[in-house]
Unconditional design. Structure first.
Length: 126
């Protein structure tokens, strides 16, 4: 468990490298990013400890990502929730004779202040 802001920043740097493998990364990591704000006093609240543990677990149990096959169609799942948005790119592959849908990558980010007024359908195009 990180003991200071620098430790949290190092942890988030490592996690950020693997963010494509972690579903809803931006939403989960938000309390930790807020902790890194300049004027925020370092305090590991229950919410921040939960976020840290969730990301640490996600890093060690990330789902197996499929390699994209550009001859097959893709499926995009988009979720806009509160002040973050997430997307998952999936594809159906035939594995041992059965169609199996699996993730190729996950994307997520916090919604910018300038985008906050957009409607849900507009946000899905971001």
């Amino acid at each position: 468990m990180p003991q200071n802001k620098e430790g949290i920043q190092l942890f988030l740097g490592l996690e950020g490298y693997y963010r494509q493998h972690i579903k809803d990364f931006a939403s989960i990591a938000r309390p930790l990013y807020k902790l890194c704000d300049k004027d925020t006093v370092f305090e590991m609240t229950v919410e921040r400890v939960k976020a840290f543990e969730s990301l640490r677990k996600a890093l060690t149990t990330a789902p197996l990502l499929l390699m994209p096959d550009f001859k097959l169609p893709f499926k995009i799942y988009i979720d806009v929730s509160g002040d973050w948005l997430g997307a998952a790119l999936h594809q159906v592959e035939i594995i041992t004779g059965k169609p199996v849908e699996g993730p190729i990558c996950f994307l997520s980010r916090q919604i910018k202040k300038t985008e906050a007024g957009y409607g849900e359908s507009q946000m899905e195009f971001l």
